[in-house]
Design a protein around this ligand. Structure first.
Ligand code: GLU
Ligand code: ZN
Length: 491
């Protein structure tokens, strides 16, 4: 049997970490089993649908490099793969259920249902939901309603006795009394639109889906879906509901924890391979040890058995660490290409005649330290814009006054300058500067920090000598002299 799995998002918002993890697991499972991965757009809820969300879905999958064998934009033998293009089909199947006595027309008005709801709430009644009012209408009553042009929905006849069980690969058997399944849910609305349950089950069947991997929040729908398969006389697929993604505090991952949409991560400068790798490990592991996996590797080693039963914890710091790892795997040229848009956004390339060349200059400088591509601005802006005359406070290392800092910098300057101009090895200049600190009774930082601030305008920067070389000696010396003047005037 060929494995066929699908990712079936509803384009109502931006793709988030949880959704993308579902997509990845389906994708890897298909690849690992030489099966097919299908993308299906579940856009039946037209009130919540947005074009932006649909575009974001495509952009996200493209960015991650998740290609699908069948779906919108690529087609396939069971299309269309967008539910709003399949409405006629759902109607046909719903009518078939009515003919077979498994579903029925309900003519109840919104007012009637509303007053039913409030009566149930008021009476704190055990009976919740629809009261099956139209379940046993006679054919005369139905005919009369139709003649009068009263609109109807189609509801499923949920058996009132017995139990329904579905098997979940991770959770085992899940059984519900049929009397606990929501009474006779709507399958087709009066405007002919299907509800999620109907469209989802019909499509999974018609598209030959063999395994359903989706978020655990869909478990409550499981029994109802099984009842639908039974009503149609179809074989249900295998289920594997995926544990939640949580923040470190044990609560469902949400905006309170940080970014959750892939677009956000992308804009901050996470690499697709880092996000893909890390997200895959939130709820799945290979052997509890190995952490780095490429998309191709995961496409070989992924198995359902290794999905954790416990919720996965999304650790933002860990993701940063993965991102740094993948940045360091880039060649300078690759990194430079990735940096260009981020440097542009930081306004660093407005004057650059050749943007790539400018990025190539900084790539080797930052590669070892960069965490996110978006951090590039403050790290290298000193190369593109003069940070301006430093303030006195910014020049003073902790616990050091203007007088001692003035001494340190004015003595360090000739050592640095002569060293560099005569081509002394950097390690030797560094040693001389350290000795100077010792002589002056200062910490090493007491000498290096004012130099760094003078040149870069910041206490954190790429390695000092790399900065000096990248900026050029003349500009570097000018900036140091300027700082010496500030200190002199304030000592
Ligand atoms: N459209 C549903 C969702 O958003 C699909 C659930 C399923 O995979 O069955 O998440
Ligand atoms: Zn009714």
């Amino acid at each position: 049997m060929e494995v066929r799995v699908r990712y079936a998002p509803s384009p109502t918002g931006l793709q988030h970490i949880g959704g993308v993890r579902t997509a990845l697991y389906n994708y890897f499972f298909a690849r690992a089993n030489q099966g097919k991965f299908i993308l299906r757009v579940e856009d039946t809820d037209r009130t919540r649908y947005t074009d932006e969300a649909l575009q974001d879905l495509y952009d996200t999958l493209d960015w991650l490099g998740i290609d699908y064998d069948e779906g919108p934009r690529v087609g396939g033998p069971f299309g269309p793969y967008v539910q709003s293009e399949r409405f006629e089909l759902y109607k046909k199947y719903a009518e078939q259920l009515v003919k077979d006595g498994k579903a029925y027309y309900c003519y109840c008005t919104e007012e009637r249902l509303e007053s039913l709801r409030s009566a149930q709430t008021e009476a704190k009644s055990e009976e919740q939901g629809y009261d099956r009012h139209c379940r046993n209408l006679t054919s005369e009553q139905i005919e009369a309603n139709e003649k009068a042009g009263i609109p109807h929905v189609i509801r499923l006849k949920v058996p009132m006795e017995g139990k329904t069980t579905f098997h979940d690969v991770l959770m085992g058997d899940i059984t519900r009394k049929n009397s606990d399944v929501s009474p006779d849910p709507v399958l087709l609305k009066s405007d002919g639109f299907p509800t999620y349950h109907l469209a989802n089950v019909i499509d999974d069947h018609l598209m030959g889906v063999t395994h359903i991997m989706r978020a655990q929040e869909w478990i409550p729908s499981g029994p109802l879906h099984i009842l639908l398969y039974q009503a149609f006389g179809w074989e249900p697929p295998m289920y594997c509901h995926l544990p939640m993604v949580m923040g470190k505090d044990g609560k469902k991952l949400s905006k309170r924890h940080g970014s959750t949409s892939v677009r956000d991560f992308r804009e901050q400068g996470y690499l697709p391979e880092a996000l893909l790798n890390y997200v895959s490990l939130v709820g799945w592991s290979f052997d509890g040890q190995r952490e780095f996996f490429s998309k191709e590797e995961l496409s070989q080693v992924f198995t359902l058995e290794k999905i954790n039963k416990a919720p996965g914890v999304f650790d933002y710091k860990k993701l940063d660490w993965f991102n740094g790892h993948y940045i360091r795997l880039k060649t300078d040229e690759e990194l430079a290409r990735l940096l260009v848009p981020f440097m542009e956004k930081a306004g660093l390339l407005d004057q650059a005649p050749d943007k790539l060349e400018a990025a190539l200059r900084v790539a080797p400088l930052v590669k070892e330290r960069l965490r996110l591509l978006g951090d590039i601005g403050p790290m290298v802006s000193f190369l593109f814009k003069d940070p301006g005359e430093p303030s006195l406070e910014s020049l003073l290392p902790k616990g050091q006054d203007a007088q001692s800092t003035y001494l340190a910098l004015s003595k360090a300057y000739p050592v640095l300058r002569q060293g560099l101009e005569s081509g002394e090895p950097e390690s030797q200049i560094e040693e001389k500067l350290s000795n100077l600190a010792l002589e002056l009774g200062l910490k090493v930082n007491g000498v290096f920090m004012p130099i760094r601030v003078s040149i870069t305008g910041s206490t954190v920067s790429p390695p000092l000598f790399d900065c000096i070389r990248a900026l050029g000696y003349d500009k570097s010396f000018e900036r140091i002299q300027r700082s010496i003047k500030v200190l002199e005037e304030n000592k």
